[in-house]
Design a protein around this ligand. Structure first.
Ligand code: AMP
Length: 280
């Protein structure tokens, strides 16, 4: 009982920017974990890292309409605020920021994000406007929260690297990258997994296991390009999925590569209408 009470007292819920400014104005070394909610152990690992490395930790929950290139996808995005707040209280997070659209998108400060040609790969190529929306929201959130550190997951490595470049160029905040958390069947945790039925979840796990084993075997091989091409066809047929891309890229600059050293396999695919991404 006392424990619950303590958790309740400690976590402040900030519903608008006035609350936020009041709560944060004299705090230094703020750790910030931006999320779209439907929290899982992946998010929790970021939050725990922030709690460890920061004075105070603020978690935002905001399903950002601007980063969805498909209205239906935005509508269907899983939301579970009650459960999220319970999780955050238990973790003893200091602040939760639940902004409204108007707190984030004030008409007077328009931000125009332009990706360069080299950035228009993988999800930037297949989800037009998505990363422009992500970078804009991260720019706006960073301005509002002014954190020392922002914790982001390697599960979304393309997003992490793009945001790191834009945010660290324009603000004093540092992006801290956090390892991908998987379930016991090797499937990377994602809020979108809740949209999958049991059979489809099991299919997604099999794909993850398949690619983990494939990556290990690639180390001793020379013909990587052909092998990846063949793997893409194999996965398509075996699991009846639509694959946006399956590519080997270096893990820092995301350039296509034929060398396994410092490289990762990136995949984006659909199981029915649910789009999943991962990297290995
Ligand atoms: P989202 O709520 O999906 O926008 O994700 C918020 C943050 O959590 C992002 O930085 C993601 O990369 C990170 N994240 C999502 N899933 C995982 C995971 N399985 N492991 C680690 N980080 C994750």
């Amino acid at each position: 009982m006392f424990y619950l009470l303590k958790c309740f007292i400690q976590m402040k819920i900030l519903l608008n920017n006035i609350d936020l400014n009041e709560a944060l104005f004299d705090i230094s070394n703020i750790g910030f974990v931006p999320t779209m909610g439907s929290l899982h152990n992946g998010h929790i690992s970021l939050i725990k890292k922030s709690l460890k490395l920061s004075n105070k930790t603020i978690v935002s929950i905001f399903v950002n309409p601007k980063q969805f290139n498909n209205k239906e996808d935005f509508k269907k995005y899983p939301r579970n605020i009650k459960k999220d707040l319970k999780i955050l209280k238990k973790l003893q997070v200091d602040f939760v920021y639940l902004p409204k659209i108007k707190d984030i998108y004030k008409a007077k400060n328009r931000i125009k994000i332009k990706l360069n040609k080299h950035d228009k790969i993988m999800c930037a190529k297949y989800r037009k406007g998505h990363f422009e929306g992500v970078i804009e929201i991260m720019t706006r959130l960073t301005k509002i929260v002014n954190p020392s550190k922002i914790f982001m997951g390697e599960k979304d490595l393309q997003q992490l690297l793009l945001v790191k470049r834009f945010v660290e160029k324009n603000f004093n905040s540092k992006i801290i990258s956090c390892k991908t958390i998987r379930d016991k069947n090797k499937l990377a945790l994602s809020s979108r997994n809740t949209l999958l039925k049991k059979d489809d979840l099991s299919k997604a796990s099999k794909i993850a296991k398949n690619l983990l084993i494939f990556k290990k075997k690639l180390s001793n091989n020379k013909n990587l390009k052909d092998l990846i091409f063949m793997k893409k066809n194999e996965l398509k047929k075996k699991y009846d999925i639509k694959i946006d891309y399956l590519e080997l890229r270096d893990a820092k600059k995301l350039r296509l590569t034929n060398k396994i050293k410092n490289a990762k396999i990136f995949i984006a695919y659909y199981i029915k209408k649910v789009r999943l991404i991962d990297n290995f």
